[in-house]
Structure formats: C-alpha cells, structure tokens
Design a protein around this ligand. Structure first.
Ligand SMILES: Nc1ncnc2c1ncn2[C@@H]1O[C@H](COP(=O)(O)OP(=O)(O)OP(=O)(O)O)[C@@H](O)[C@H]1O
Ligand SMILES: [Mg+2]
Length: 358
C-alpha cells in the first residue's frame, strides 16, 4: 500500500466523547480551542471532525496548523492558518490564508518562533472566525512539554482538548489548568501508528507537492535583506581581511562580515581543515547553504511562502532561489529568512542544521 499524503480521517464511527465535545462547543458559541496529545493520538482527525461539525452548524471556523513536521496545510516548516468554506475530508483541502516561517520541521530549537507564529495566526483567526482550532505536534515530552505550556500561556485558549491513552497528559493538564479550560478525550483504539520512515515519506510527498512547478528567481539581497542568520550583519570584510583569513585557515572565503569583535565568514575548505575555535571567527560552510529552505517574509512579519536556496552568488549580491511563488507575491517580500533544513524539490531531506550553524 502506498503512503497517503493525508493520514488523518475517521474511518469508522465517531467516538461518543467527540460528540459531547461538539455539544459543549456549540453552547460556547465561539472560542479558541487547542488540541494536544502524543504522536499518533488522533489530534488531526479530531480537529478535522470538530471543524466540519462546526461549519455544518453555520459557524465560521479557522484552523491553525502548528504541526511543523507533519503539516496538513502546506508548506511544511511553517505554521499556517486557513478558513473552512465547507466541510473537508482532510485538512489539506483547507486553503491557507497566512503563514509564519519556522524554517525547520522540528520545533525544539525554534520554540520562540513557533509560539509567536501560533499567537499571530490565532489573532487573525479570532478577528475573522467564531472558532479557532489549533492542531499541534505530538512533541509533548522534555522541551515539548515547555513548548505546549508556552503556547497555552501566549495564546490563552478558552479550552485545551487533551487526547490521551493512559493519563499521560496529566502533568501538562495540571500545569495549564489555571489558565484555560481543559477536557480529556480518549485516544481511539483504532488510531494507526506511523513509523519514522512512513513519516519521512509523507513529508517527502508534501515537499514535492509544494515545490511542484517552481521556477528559479534571482533575489537581490541589497533589496530584500537576508535575515535569520548572523551573516549580513556589520560591515563587509575588506579584500585584505579575506586574504588573511584564507591564508591563516586554508579556506576559500566567499564573503564575510565584521560586527564588533566577531567575524562571520562564508567559506569552503581547500584541503587541510583547521578550526578556529575561540578565535572570534564564525565559519559558515558554503555547502550548508545549498538547498536550504528560505522564507519570503512580508512587511508584517508573516511568511508569503517558501523557496529553496539553490545558489548564493555572494560576489554579485544575488541569491538564486527555487520557488512556486509568482512575481506579484514575491514583490511583497521585504526579507529573505534562512531556515535550518536542507531539502531538494523532490522532497529529499538532506540535512538539518543547528540554529548556531548560520
Ligand atoms: N477514531 C479513529 N478511527 C479510526 N482511525 C483513526 C481514528 N483516529 C485516528 N485514526 C487514524 O489514526 C492515524 C493517526 O491519527 P492522526 O493523524 O489524527 O493523529 P495525530 O495525533 O494528528 O498524529 P501526529 O502526531 O502525526 O500529528 C491516522 O491514520 C488516522 O486516520
Ligand atoms: Mg496530526
């Protein structure tokens, strides 16, 4: 059996506690509801069901998809909001109205971005819908616990719906119950677990679908500043400084900047590798920039869409980026923000970078 791009849909009858939840929401008449649970507990299936039922009752419904690794509303590596026009079979059929750029599919080093993104999009949802439903990652342990708590503290939802198998959400429930209403649903016994490989295949299909029909565009980085990195800050290095670094480190230096006492240098190793820890020189490998996910950011900090950085032509101040965005949308971009995931347009994830790598 092939892997479906949409893994969440009720296949059998609806559990009783979901119907009770619908009744409770209908009596609220409006609200922001966050759905939290372990991996493969049925969060997305439940959000889809609740969204559909509320739409059928005539409510305006927004869905904020914050499951950066397994997004239903494309593209991956962002947080997105969409409004339901009518009931949908899968949330992937909801067309996105706005995105916030995260730049990677695992939020643990990007908790700030994830929380800000969810908060910004929920505000849009509250202005334009009766109900805002927030789907989340299954990342609930370790830093994931803090991420969920921070999201609740930032967004202050009216209700958090915990989907649990055996009381595993008890601690988080206690941690947030002073801030929000809480309710627990049983994770359905028919929920199907997905392996790591299946999840990667699902992501591959999503990347491929998003970048289908993309074209290469040239981004003038003096016009559209590059952000989300230590590069491009301070003053550019002089020719002498570049030559000195090349001799000292055995590098080819493509570009560099000096800010305060620190140098940031884009380089390739020319044979022997000598590291410069503690020298005040931060080195970015040119190779780590190829196939890097980038976000086109508008003047309000929201993300217009993604691109794949194919070739940074530092000497000309031009980045070649593959993107499905049209010229009109691109003209709204006021920043090109660097992510930390390298992926090809065929959906092959090449590597994840650390936040501090760029
Ligand atoms: N009540 C149910 N009856 C039958 N199948 C279900 C039910 N709930 C979920 N499933 C199936 O179980 C799988 C996991 O569900 P779902 O994708 O909703 O979980 P999730 O918590 O959103 O997962 P993730 O952590 O990946 O976001 C899906 O294949 C879905 O179709
Ligand atoms: Mg899900």
């Amino acid at each position: 059996m092939g892997v479906s791009i949409n893994k969440a849909a009720y296949t059998k009858e609806v559990p009783e506690d979901r119907l009770e939840l619908i009744d409770a929401l209908a009596s609220m008449g409006e609200g922001t509801i966050m759905f939290v649970g372990d991996v493969d507990s049925g969060k997305t299936t439940t959000v889809t069901f609740v969204a559909n039922e509320l739409v059928k009752m005539g409510y305006r419904v927004a869905v904020v998809d914050s499951d950066v690794g397994q997004k239903s509303i494309l593209p991956p590596a962002t947080v997105s909001i969409g409004f339901l026009e009518s009931p949908v079979e899968h949330l992937s059929q909801v067309s996105p109205s706005a995105h916030y750029f995260i730049g990677i599919t695992t939020p643990s080093e990007y908790m700030g971005e994830t929380v800000v993104g969810v908060k910004r999009l929920v505000e849009i949802g509250r202005r334009n819908a009766d109900f805002v439903l927030i789907d989340t990652t299954g990342f609930i342990r370790g830093r994931g616990f803090e991420l969920k708590r921070l999201k609740v503290e930032a967004v202050l939802p009216d209700l958090v719906v915990f989907i649990e198998r055996a009381g595993e959400m008890g601690e988080l429930k206690r941690a947030v119950s002073g801030l929000t209403g809480v309710v627990s649903l049983n994770a359905s016994s028919s929920v199907r677990k997905h392996t790591h490989d299946e999840r990667r295949e699902i992501r591959r299909a999503k990347w491929r679908s998003y970048f289908e029909g993309s074209r290469l565009v040239e981004v003038d980085v003096s016009d559209v500043p590059v952000t989300g990195t230590l590069m491009f800050r301070g003053r550019p290095l002089t020719v002498e400084e570049k030559e000195l670094l090349e001799r000292l480190q055995d590098w080819v230096v493509f570009e560099g900047w000096k800010l305060g006492d620190e140098y940031v240098v884009v380089k390739a190793d020319s044979g022997r590798v000598r590291y410069c820890r503690g020298s005040g020189v931060r080195a970015v490998d040119l190779e780590s920039l190829s196939n890097l996910i980038v976000g086109f950011i508008d003047g309000s900090g929201l993300c217009l869409g993604l691109g794949i950085l194919k070739w940074p032509r530092f000497s000309e101040g031009v980045f070649e980026v593959l993107t499905p965005l049209d010229a009109e949308t691109l003209s709204l971009a006021s920043e090109l923000r660097l992510g930390r995931l390298r992926v090809t347009e065929d959906g092959e994830e090449l590597s994840l970078l650390r936040r501090c790598d760029l």
